[in-house]
Design a protein around this ligand. Structure first.
Ligand code: NAD
Length: 263
């Protein structure tokens, strides 16, 4: 299927590796031009170079710490100057540290809100005016299965992403008349560096081997394996497509059947 987005400019935040990178790859494979971002300029530029080589599209890497509003302001200015205004925005950021309520210090809440809620708000605030002027835009936020089914040892993630979900649903209604769709992708458990680290942390906490924790985590996934990030990226490309123009305000799980609720 031709997704009808060739030549569109996609800005994917936190995209030097993992799920963000898989979204950047999938969009580039559909012919999008891509702006990659990471806290480390060299990593962002390396990822952009690889994307450009592999998919024969224009791709550029930019440095930004998404927890800092001033970095996001600068990122948007640099992307706009170099490539134009984004038609597609995928919001992503690193995940907050794991922890239970009793183990979480008060200052950690604000850090998680800055990284996993306000970064998306700031990015969207910057890109929507040009999308509105063009009468076309796609906003896709990477959140988590935890907005439907909170995860016990990921308190900060559960909290920040639930707030973002309320924000996204509200603006989906407001922006729909302007041809802008707003959706969230909810990863279950995909094989990335973050999940490797979570597996290690859980093993250390429980006094188990990583293999034991891995098997326990996989046993909760009906598909029988961790997700492949490229499958996740493909879902982002579909939500960005011309064909997805009537899908907005939606929360799409990409979780191999892990979520046990009906809706
Ligand atoms: P990852 O650790 O593999 O990659 C995260 C990316 O974010 C990296 O490119 C990193 O450099 C970048 N990053 C981190 N902090 C940043 C910051 N402050 N500013 C800019 N860039 C920053 O993680 P991932 O597994 O790809 O996860 C992506 C997001 O999805 C995270 O928020 C994670 O919590 C969430 N998530 C992932 C899964 C999963 O199964 N992988 C499940 C649920 C939610």
């Amino acid at each position: 299927m031709n997704l009808g987005i060739e030549g569109k400019l996609a800005l994917v935040s936190a995209s030097s590796r993992g799920l963000g990178r898989s979204c950047a790859d999938a969009l580039a494979s559909e012919g999008c031009r891509v702006a990659v971002c990471s806290r480390n300029e060299a990593s962002a530029q390396k990822a952009a170079h690889e994307i450009s080589e592999q998919y024969d599209v224009e791709a550029m890497g930019f440095e930004a710490d998404l927890a800092k509003k001033e970095d996001i302001d600068r990122l948007i200015n640099q992307v706009t100057d170099a490539l134009g205004t984004p038609d597609i925005l995928v919001t992503n950021a690193g995940g907050p540290p794991p922890g239970t309520f009793e183990a979480t210090a008060l200052p950690d809440y604000q850090k998680a809100l800055d990284l996993n809620l306000m970064s998306a708000v700031h990015l969207i605030h910057h890109v929507y005016p040009a999308m509105k002027a063009k009468g076309w835009g796609r906003i896709i936020a990477i959140t988590s299965i935890s907005v439907k089914q909170p995860i016990g040892d990921l308190l900060l993630s559960n909290m920040a992403r639930s707030g973002l979900t309320g924000f996204l649903k509200t603006i989906a209604t407001e922006l729909a008349p302007h041809g802008i769709t707003v959706n969230a992708l909810l990863p279950g458990t995909h094989k990335t560096k973050r999940v490797d680290k979570l597996t290690r942390d859980r093993a250390a906490l429980a006094g188990k081997t990583e293999e034991e924790v891995y098997r326990q985590m996989v046993s909760a996934i009906p598909c029988g394996a961790f997700g492949n990030p490229s499958d996740f990226g493909a879902a982002a490309a579909f939500l960005a497509s011309r064909q997805a123009n009537f899908i907005t305000g939606h929360n799409l799980l990409v979780d191999g059947g892990k979520y046990m609720g009906t809706l």
